[in-house]
Design a protein around this ligand. Sequence first.
Ligand code: MN
Length: 446
Amino acid sequence: MAELRWGTATDPGRVRPGNEDSVLAVAQVFAVADGMGGHAAGEVASAVALQTIAARMGQRPASIASVTDVVRAANEAVYRRSLAEPTTRGMGTTLALVAPATGADGKDHLVVANVGDSRVYLCTDGELRQLTRDHSYVEEMLAAGQITADEARRHPHRHVVTRVVGIEPSVAVDTWLVTPEPGDRYLICSDGLVDEVSDEDIAQIITAAPDPQTAADALVEAANEAGGRDNISVVVVEVLASDGHRSSDDVAPATTQATSTTEPLGGWLPHDLAHGFDADADTEPPPAGGAASAGAPAMATAAATTKRKRHLVTGRTILFTSLVVGVFVVALVVIAAFGRHGYYVGFQDDAVVVFQGRPEGVLWFKPTVESVSEVTRTELTPEFQSRIAGHPTFASSVAARRYVEQLAENQRALVADTTTTTAAAPATSAPSTSAVPASSVVTGAP
Ligand code: MN
C-alpha cells in the first residue's frame, strides 16, 4: 500500500453554536462527514457514520466493493439509530472518503467515495482538481446546463443535497479508483471550507504548507477569516511513496471509475413505505411523519433564520409531495365530475334553459348553459313557472331537453283546450335517474 502521512482539523466556525461535522483519519481510511438534523442530531449522524466506517474498514482490504459495503453499513447504522431515538429522527450526514487499496494489478490505489456534498480533491503541481461529484440540487442544474459554475457557487439553494447517509434504509454510493503518486496531496473537506475559500486559495495553501497538518490548520483558518459561516472540516493526506504511476489519461476525470450503486426505485419504495406509514410493520418505532420531518421542517427552520442551513431533498420527500399533489388532483377531478355532473332546467332571464351542472354550483364549478329553448317564462302558467324555478334535474341533456319540449307541448295543449283540461307539468325525475317526463299527454289535475 502507498505510504501516507496526514493531518486533520475541524472547527465549528464563527456562527454555528456547535460542530456537526466529524472527521476520521486512521491508516486504513480518511473521511469527513457533515451531519444534519435538528438540535444535536447532525452531530450524532456524522459520528455514528464514521465510527461504523472506522470499525469495519480494517476488517477487509479496501476495494470499491468493500468501501461500498462499509458506507452502506454506515447508512444502516445511522438510519437504525434515527428510528430508535425520537430526538434524532430524520438525521443524516454527508460523507467523503479516501481509502488506500491494492488494485487487482497488485499496485497501489486509492478508493474515493462520496455521498452528498462533502468533497475529495487532488492537489498536485499546485493545482486543485475535484474528484467527487456533489449530490446536490445545484450540481444537477449545473450538469443539465441550466446554470454556470459561478452561479452554482453563489446559488441560494446550493445547500440542498439530494443524497445523504442515514435518511433512507439504503443509499447509493459513488466510488472512484485513483492512482496515487508521491507528492500528491488529497483534500477531504466539508462545504464549510469550499463555500468560504476559492479553489485557487485552497491549492495555494496546500501547496505552500510544509506538511499535511500545517495545511489542514491553515485551511480552517482561511475559512474562518472569510466568515466561518459553517462548520469547517478538512483531512489532508499526502502520498509519500507509491508504486503506482498515473498516466496522462489517468489525470483526466473521465478515466476515474464512477460506480454508482443506485438501487432501483422499486427496490426501496415498498420498504420505505412500510417503515414510514405502517406502524405495525415491525418492532422498530416508525418514523412518524417521516417524509415531512425529513424535509419540510428543515426548510421551515432555514426560512425562519438567516443562518445558512443545509436542506435535504430525498426520494421520500419527493414521494410524499407527489402523494399530496396526487390526492389533491384526484379530489379536484372528483369534485369537478360531481360539480359538472347532470343537467337541470331553469330560467335565464326570461328563457327556459337547460343547464349542465348543479343549480347551486360546486366550489368554482358553476353550471353552464347547455341549450336555450324557445319557451319563455311569460308564456307559462304560474304552475309551470314554479316547477321550472324548482330546477328539475336530469341525468342527460337529451332528457332535459325532452322535458322542455314536453313542457312547451303541454303549454300549447293547455292553451288550445282551456275548457276541459287542467295542465300538469311533466313529472320530473329524481336527480341522476333517467328523466323522460312521465306523460306526454295532459291527463288531469295534479
Ligand atoms: Mn456543512
